[in-house]
Ligand binder design. Structure first.
Ligand code: FAD
Length: 434
C-alpha cells in the first residue's frame, strides 16, 4: 500500500468499527486493518448489545442489523451447589418500539457493522495483521507495518482498537501488558434449540429475550461470573474468572463450565441442545485504575485495548463503541483545525471520554475490582452459601417455630463471618459502590 491515510484503525471489533465509521463519515481517508478473515470472526461476546450507543452511530440499525432477541427480563442468581436465590426484573415496558437491549451474535453483527464502515467510504482490509507501529525518532507514531508484502502504511494518526491483549500498544511501550489479576478468562458455548423451546423455557413470547447472570459456588471462590443469554435459536452460556485466580487455584475454565452446565438450575434450560460453538476470550476487569494512557503523539487507544470495561454491570461493547466514536470525533476536530496529531491536541479525546458515561462509570466503581478480588472467597462463596441456606430455612415448612429458624439463620451468618466481619464487608461494599 503506497497511499497515505488520514487515519489507520487497527481492529474491526466494536471500538474499531465505531471509530472507522465516524472518521469515514466525517470525510477522512481511513484504512481499517483486521487480522481476522472478516470483521467479527475473532470476536467473542455474551452478548448483550446496548441500543443507545449504537443509535449514535447507526440511528436506523433496527432496519437491517442481525439482532437476536430484545431483552424484557434480567435475572441475577446467587448460587450454591443445588439451588439459586434469584433477583428477577421483567417489564412489559421493554416491549417498546425501540428496545433498549438486544442479544446478538458477534460474528454476524460485526460483519454487518463492517459493511456500514465500508459504505461510509473507509478502506477495510481483513486477513491483515498489524505487526508493529512505525515511530519516528521522537517516538511519534507515523504509521503501521503489516504482515503483507511491502506492508508499511503511513497515516497522521493510528487508532489502536486491537482488543484486550493489546500486543501492539504493549510492544511499542504505550501501555503495560494487563496483569493476570486485571483480566478475566471467559469460556462460552452456543447451545442450539428450536425457538419455541427457548421461549417456553424462559417464559418468552416472539422476539422477547431474557438473560441470567450468576455468581456463587460455580466459581469455586474465584472472582467470576456465569451467564446464560437467550438468542433466537440458541442459548449462549459461559463463565469467566480472573486469570490470576485460575493460576492460583489450578481450576480450569472448561471444568467450571462443565459444572455450571450440570447445575440443577441450569441443566433443564439447555437439555437436548446441540452445542455448535466453543470459544474463549479475555475480558479487561481492572476498571478505572487499570486504564492506561489513552493518547499520545500520533495515536489514540480505544475499547478493550484501553481496558474500558465495566465489569460490575457487564458492559464492554458500549464503552468500546463510545470510545471509538469519541476518539474519531476528537481526531476530526483536530484535523478540521489543521492542527497536527500531537499528544497535546489529541488530549481532546480524553477530555471527551472523561465527560461521558464511560469514565464517569469506571470512576464510580474504581475500588470494586480490588475489593471483589481480595474478598472473593467471601463474596463468591461464603455469602452465596449463607443466603442459600437462609432461603431454604425460610421457605421450608417443617414444624420448627419461625423464631427458632430466624435465630439459626442469624447464627450461621455470625459463625461464618463474625459481627465485625459482617459490618466490615457491608461497609467496604457500600464505600466501593458509592
Ligand atoms: P474486540 O471486539 O476484541 O476487537 C478487536 C479486534 O482487533 C478483533 O477483531 C481482532 O481480531 C483485531 N486485532 C487485534 N490485533 C490486531 C492486529 N495486530 N492487527 C489487526 N487486527 C487486530 N460486552 C457487552 O457490552 N455485553 C456483553 O454481553 C458482553 N459479554 C461478553 C462476554 C464475553 C465472554 C466476553 C469475552 C466479552 C464480553 N463483553 C460484553 C465485552 C465485549 O465483548 C468487549 O468489550 C468488546 O468486544 C470490545 O470491543 P473492541 O473493539 O475493543 O475489541
Amino acid at each position: 500500500i503506497d497511499e497515505r491515510f488520514d487515519a489507520i484503525v487497527v481492529g474491526a471489533g466494536m471500538a474499531g468499527n465505531a471509530a472507522a465509521l465516524t472518521l469515514a463519515r466525517r470525510g477522512l481517508k481511513v484504512l481499517q486493518l483486521e487480522r481476522g478473515e472478516y470483521s467479527g470472526s475473532k470476536n467473542v461476546q455474551g452478548a448483550i448489545l446496548y441500543s443507545d450507543m449504537l443509535e449514535k452511530l447507526v440511528p436506523d440499525f433496527r432496519e437491517d442489523a442481525p439482532l437476536e432477541r430484545h431483552l424484557v427480563e434480567q435475572r441475577f442468581w446467587m448460587m450454591d451447589d443445588n439451588s439459586h436465590t434469584g433477583l428477577h426484573y421483567r417489564s412489559d415496558d421493554f416491549n417498546e418500539e425501540r428496545p433498549n437491549r438486544y442479544t446478538i451474535i458477534r460474528a454476524q453483527f460485526d460483519k454487518w457493522f463492517s459493511k456500514k464502515v465500508q459504505e461510509a467510504g473507509a478502506t477495510v482490509l481483513c486477513e491483515t495483521t498489524v505487526t508493529e507501529l512505525l515511530q519516528d525518532a521522537r517516538g511519534k507514531v507515523i504509521g503501521v507495518r503489516t504482515d503483507r508484502k511491502n506492508g508499511q502504511v503511513a497515516a497522521d494518526v493510528v487508532v489502536l482498537a486491537e482488543g484486550v491483549s493489546g500486543l501492539l500498544g504493549t510492544r511499542a511501550g504505550l501501555r503495560d501488558r494487563p496483569p493476570p489479576d486485571k483480566v478475566a478468562l471467559a469460556v462460552k458455548e452456543m447451545h442450539f434449540l428450536p425457538s419455541e423451546t427457548i421461549e417456553a423455557r424462559f417464559n418468552l413470547r416472539g422476539d422477547e429475550g431474557a438473560v441470567i447472570e450468576a455468581v456463587g459456588t460455580i466459581s469455586h471462590g474465584m472472582t467470576g461470573m456465569g451467564f446464560i443469554y437467550s438468542n433466537k435459536e440458541s442459548i449462549s452460556l459461559g463463565i469467566g474468572c480472573l486469570v490470576s485466580d485460575f493460576e492460583k487455584s489450578g481450576e480450569t475454565p472448561y471444568g467450571l463450565l462443565e459444572k455450571f452446565k450440570q447445575h440443577p438450575s441450569v441443566r433443564p434450560l439447555i437439555e437436548g441442545s446441540e452445542v455448535k460453538e466453543y470459544s474463549a476470550h479475555l475480558i479487561p476487569e481492572g476498571g478505572y485504575k487499570a486504564v492506561p494512557q489513552l493518547y499520545g503523539d500520533g495515536w489514540v487507544m480505544v475499547g478493550d485495548a484501553a481496558q474500558l470495561n465495566n465489569a460490575i454491570h457487564r458492559e464492554g461493547s458500549n464503552l468500546a463503541m463510545t470510545s471509538g466514536r469519541l476518539a474519531a470525533e476528537a481526531i476530526f476536530q483536530v484535523k478540521s483545525r489543521r492542527d497536527p496529531m500531537t499528544k497535546e491536541n489529541l488530549a481532546l479525546y480524553k477530555k471527551m471520554l472523561d465527560d461521558s458515561f464511560v469514565m464517569k462509570d469506571l470512576k464510580k466503581y474504581k475500588d470494586m475490582p480490588e475489593l471483589l478480588h481480595i474478598q472473593s472467597q467471601n463474596f463468591f462463596l461464603t455469602y452465596p452459601q449463607l443466603v442459600s441456606k437462609a432461603m431454604s430455612n425460610f421457605v421450608r415448612v417443617d414444624g420448627t417455630p419461625k423464631a427458632e429458624k430466624e435465630k439459626k439463620t442469624f447464627r450461621s451468618f455470625i459463625q461464618a463471618r463474625s459481627w465485625s466481619g459482617l459490618f466490615g464487608d457491608a461497609f467496604k461494599l457500600a464505600r466501593a459502590w458509592r
